[in-house]
Design a protein around this ligand. Structure first.
Ligand code: BGC
Length: 432
């Protein structure tokens, strides 16, 4: 495999709701995902994340695993309802204390903490007050960012305000497949704008408490039109604006792509300067391309989604397309030129079963080869984080898809490193 630059940050990623468990401990408030899991029919398997991987109690063991793996960085998320149980007002000292101890333990192990402030677990009280459809949530988020920043910025260098606002907007508010379970179609789009605003305000709040390096973790897919017909190309442009550029353009250029302006709140323009607060890095979560075609007769939407065919599938049904990562990084270079900060791949990974997971090894090998090509083509990528350290709660699919380098037995909570864990360890050993 191609060599990666000196100082390249190799890591693993997780998120609070997917691994922590202990949902009713330590003064944690209720999140929209607790509510969603408790609503019959929402999680395909009927499961919830009350225990998950029990990381809340076993974080020392998980850090020991990361030490064995030899990663330089660990990207995790802070649960807003642990820190501010109702999303505003008083801080829950025990909750903030948990992350303080986690950060200390990581630093002691020589692993750089990369903190995401929000990975979809909105405090339920804030959702009840309008959630991401309300501008107010963005202001509450900035206050929360300052609280966490003030406590941890002396030890945490890398900060990410929100994970994948596109997924929260589309799955949570437009389609209703994720919490908070609203199916508003295009009326969901203000949720994207207010998350963008929350991002920008949090960047400024973090700067004011001397956070060193601030970025993003946006989910991106190259959009593949079904044919080169003008209608399919136009549909793909529209979907690309909704799925990719609606987040990147305002953050990096201070404007929205023209296709999405119709979906935004009337006063959106007033927020653009705040959203475009300068970033130190841009985080890309990459899983797969998205196929697209012009809408068929009677379809009121501007595009139709199409499956990508002809590629192997993960157990989660995602096509494995390593070159899509190289392709998307190229699109970022072309679209943003000198406005593009250094990039981190903040998530990349796959669900496959079994401890002898040769498919995952192949997946990682091929994605790193594609990343190496992107570097050769001129992308400035500074790190790569595998999703995920542990098998975990995969949202509405429950515990069935297994994304970990480490297998978790959900009865005993025993952790067993998979073959891919040892493969990654050897790769990192060579990179050191
Ligand atoms: C999310 C993770 C999720 C992963 C695999 C990403 O979009 O950030 O929370 O587990 O995809 O589906």
């Amino acid at each position: 495999m191609r060599g990666f630059p000196d100082g390249f940050l190799w890591g693993v990623s997780t998120s609070a709701f997917q691994i922590e468990g202990a949902t009713r401990e330590g003064g944690r408030g209720v999140s929209v995902w607790d509510t969603f899991c408790a609503t019959p029919g929402k999680i395909h398997t009927g499961e919830n994340a009350d225990v998950a991987c029990d990381h809340y109690h076993r974080y020392a063991e998980d850090i020991a695993l990361m030490s064995e793996l030899g990663v330089g960085g660990y990207r995790f998320s802070v649960a807003w309802p642990r820190v501010q149980p109702s999303g505003s007002g008083p801080v829950n000292a025990e909750g903030l204390g948990f992350y303080d101890s986690l950060v200390d333990a990581l630093c002691e192990a020589g692993i750089r903490p990369v903190v995401t402030l929000y990975h979809w677990d909105t405090p339920q009280d804030l959702e009840d007050a309008g959630g991401w459809l309300s501008r107010d949530t963005a202001y509450r988020f900035a206050e929360y960012a300052a609280i966490v920043g003030e406590r941890l910025a002396d030890r945490v260098e890398h900060w990410i305000p929100l994970n994948e606002p596109v997924v929260e907007t589309l799955y949570g508010y437009a389609l209703g497949e994720y919490a908070p379970g609203k199916a508003l179609l295009f009326d969901a789009m203000p949720a994207a704008h207010f998350q963008n605003l929350a991002h920008g305000l949090a960047v400024s709040a973090l700067r004011s408490v001397n956070a060193k390096s601030i970025g993003s973790a946006n989910n991106h897919s190259p959009i593949w039109p079904a044919t080169q017909s003008a209608a399919d190309l136009e549909a793909a442009e529209h979907l690309g604006a909704v799925a990719n550029w609606m987040y990147t353009d305002p953050m990096l250029l201070g404007r929205y792509p023209e296709q999405v302006i119709q979906y935004l709140p009337d006063d959106f323009a007033d927020d653009l300067t705040a959203i475009a607060a300068p970033l130190d890095f841009y985080g890309v979560n990459y899983y797969e391309p998205q196929g697209c075609a012009a809408p068929g007769e009677g379809n009121p939407l501007p595009f139709e989604l199409r499956a990508i065919e002809g590629y192997p599938l993960t157990t989660n049904g995602s096509p494995v397309v390593p070159d899509g990562l190289r392709e998307f990084l190229g699109q970022l270079r072309t679209r943003y030129e000198d406005k593009l900060p250094p990039i981190y791949i903040t998530e990349s990974g796959c669900s496959f079963d079994g401890v002898h997971d040769k498919e995952r090894i192949q997946y990682l090998q091929d994605h790193l080869a594609a990343l190496g090509q992107a570097l050769d083509e001129g992308s400035d990528v500074r790190g790569y984080f595998v999703w995920s350290l542990l098998d975990n709660f995969e949202w509405s699919k429950g515990y069935q898809p297994r994304f970990g380098l480490v297998h978790v037995d959900y009865c005993t909570l025993a952790r067993t490193p998979k073959d891919s864990f040892y493969w990654y360890r050897d790769l990192l050993g060579g990179a050191r």
